[in-house]
Design a protein around this ligand. Structure first.
Ligand code: NAD
Ligand code: DAU
Length: 354
């Protein structure tokens, strides 16, 4: 049994589906079902006895403690978080609550559970915490990519909250010998991503002939990683990673935002030639405050130690992704009501476009 948190979100649900397909252990999935958690992502697992879903908060220590005693997992994988940088700028409190206090509560319950295990189970137990490249701050154009020893310099409230949690993980290993491992990955993309994030937002806006709001000059760079490649890396780190270590996971996919949006437009042109060119929808809007200029991951450690490398290039991964959204417009329609509309209103009202 493994214990997954945040498994109804974007990366978590892709991980849960891949785990059930590729591994034999069952899993418990604890998710609060915030606006970003969507049980529909896991609809193919309804009736599957190997997936036990529990709605709840990682900060609820009584619940977490009870679930650990009941299911006796040999590992915890923590995806649960508030994940959107723009939302952390509008209101950081949920980020501090879940990403710092929630992770702390989960860690404390996990430590108590682990401490009481018999030695063989204790030796086997792992706590894998999923973090981000954003903890390292921003790179200049010619700077080398982030390595696992790059000093932390988070820029946004989101990144600062993730950095705080990473420090707790490190301290728990150093102080208690707790078998914590951290993975820091770059920007994921793929099926089931909530359309507040760049790629699904642009695909859906382009499909509906709405403006494509590019922040600032569009030259900020992100290192894009296909979500299935990320999930495979997490499984490998869980199986073979060394406690106390951090592993960077990147897609070798550095692109400017403008080039990403243009690549999406080209795929939409293929899918809907009468609306071409979709690039005419591109609209430059007010920049994100404190916007990091460039992220790039040096993923040589995970390749050398564990033999991982991404299978998808940005071109192949983006094609699959756009096809998925085009084939699943109903999925998008169901989540882009209510709370989503209010978010779009708040975030883009003063930027000059949406
Ligand atoms: P997401 O926002 O799509 O999903 C987060 C999930 O966590 C949701 O299902 C939500 O309901 C759940 N959740 C939130 N607060 C909770 C709480 N207190 N208790 C239990 N569940 C809670 O996020 P994502 O993009 O899938 O990211 C998953 C993890 O990966 C996060 O920790 C994020 O920081 C990290 N990460 C994401 C990316 C990316 O590009 N998406 C890149 C690097 C790291
Ligand atoms: O780098 C890893 C991080 O990637 C994760 O830790 C975060 O959880 C995840 O949200 C993501 O953060 P970003 O801020 O990089 O992702 P986002 O999709 O919000 O934005 C990607 C880039 O696109 C960024 O430079 C801002 C820009 N952007 C975004 C939106 C939503 C736009 O130009 N226009 C937009 O409308």
């Amino acid at each position: 049994m493994i214990f997954v948190t945040g498994g109804a979100g974007f990366i978590g649900s892709n991980f849960v589906l891949q785990w059930i397909e590729a591994e034999s252990d069952p899993l418990v999935n604890l998710d609060k079902l915030t606006y970003a958690g969507n049980p529909e992502n896991l609809s193919t697992l309804v009736g599957n006895a190997r997936h036990i879903f529990v709605r709840g908060d990682i900060g609820d220590r009584a619940l977490v403690g009870r679930l650990l005693q009941e299911h006796k997992p040999h590992a915890i994988v923590n995806f649960a978080a508030e994940s959107h940088v723009d939302r952390s700028i509008h209101g950081p409190v949920d980020f501090v609550q879940t990403n710092i206090m929630g992770t702390f509560a989960l860690l404390e319950e996990a430590r108590a559970y682990w401490s009481a295990l018999a030695q063989p189970e204790k030796d086997r137990f792992r706590f894998l915490h999923v973090s981000t490249d954003e903890v390292y701050g921003s790179l200049g154009a010619g700077d080398p990519a982030f390595t696992e020893t790059t000093p932390y310099a988070p820029s946004s409230p989101y990144a600062a909250s993730k950095a705080a949690a990473d420090h707790l993980l490190r301290a728990y290993h150093h102080t208690y010998g707790f078998p914590a491992i951290t993975t820091n990955c770059s920007n994921n993309y793929g099926p089931c991503q909530f359309p507040e994030k760049l790629i699904p937002l642009m695909v859906l806006n382009g499909w509906h002939q709405k403006p494509l709001p590019v922040y600032g000059d569009g030259k900020n760079i992100r290192d894009w990683l296909y979500v299935a490649d990320h999930c495979a890396a997490v499984r490998l780190v869980l199986a073979k990673g060394r406690p106390g270590e951090a592993y960077n996971i990147g897609g070798h996919g550095e692109m400017t935002n403008l080039d990403v949006v243009k690549a999406i437009c080209a795929l939409l042109d293929e899918a809907r030639p009468p609306h071409a060119p979709h690039e005419k929808l591109i609209s430059f809007v007010k920049d994100r405050p404190g916007h990091d200029r460039r992220y790039a991951m040096d993923a040589r450690k995970i390749r050398a130690e564990l033999g991982w490398q991404p299978r998808e290039s940005f071109a192949t991964g983006l094609r699959k992704t756009v096809e998925w959204y085009v084939d699943n417009m109903k999925w998008a329609e169901r989540i882009t009501s209510g709370e989503y509309q209010r978010w779009i209103e708040t975030n883009y009202a003063k930027r000059g476009d949406a």
